[in-house]
Design a protein around this ligand. Structure first.
Ligand code: VGL
Ligand code: ZN
Length: 195
């Protein structure tokens, strides 16, 4: 299916941080394999001067999602640490890009880029009606960001060649994609986009 990228579209790149990449503290298997296709999407949006949003997990050291602090995850994406940095090959535009930090307070977690952030406002201010979403993890932050966007009334295109999941239980990523579809998201890949 062909999808034309228009001036009401934005790109959201979810949590492409070192701790979520192989070798990081909470690795998504093959998480780094989507960097090059994400860079292609980024250059399409940048080329049309459309906004690109990069969400990041940005946790304090005592975050509630961490083992030992009430959560299930190993410590990851701790503010100002190496593991919280974006993958070094991710091509972050100089202009018209926004970094959205989430999960920044000790007592709240945020799997959605809309939770406790200004992402919705930034999109609305710019007249954005549809978001294209890629990144990690399909079964956590991508899924919740997509559902968050749908619930706020945005149309959503999930970029199936630019997402990777953790699959704590086998099939979690596949089920996550199905639930995004059921809620109204469209699934597309690079070859479907026309500029
Ligand atoms: C995520 C687990 C814990 C994600 C964040 O970015 O999908 N997963 N924190
Ligand atoms: Zn987290």
């Amino acid at each position: 299916m062909k999808i034309k990228v228009t001036e009401k579209d934005a790109l959201i790149v979810v949590d492409m941080q070192k701790d979520f990449m192989p070798g990081g503290s909470l690795p998504v298997p093959e998480g780094d394999s989507i960097v090059s296709v994400l860079n292609e999407y980024i250059s399409i949006f940048e080329g049309k001067n459309l906004p690109v949003f990069f969400t990041r997990d940005w946790h304090p050291p005592n975050h509630i999602s961490f083992k030992g602090h009430g959560g299930i995850w190993p410590p990851h994406c701790v503010q100002e640490t190496e593991g919280a940095k974006f993958h070094s090959e991710l091509k972050i535009p100089v202009d018209n890009k926004f970094i959205i930090s989430k999960g920044t307070s000790p007592d709240f977690d945020a799997y959605s880029g809309f939770q406790g952030t200004v992402l919705e406002n930034l999109l609305r201010e710019r007249g954005i009606k549809r978001v294209f979403v890629g990144g990690v993890a399909t079964d956590y932050c991508v899924k919740n960001t997509v559902i968050g966007a749908l619930n706020l009334g945005f149309a959503v295109v999930v970029l199936s060649d630019a997402v990777k999941g953790v699959d704590v239980k086998p099939g979690d990523s596949e089920r996550a994609l199905e639930s995004m579809l059921l809620m109204g998201a469209v699934i597309a890949e690079l070859k479907d986009l026309t500029i």
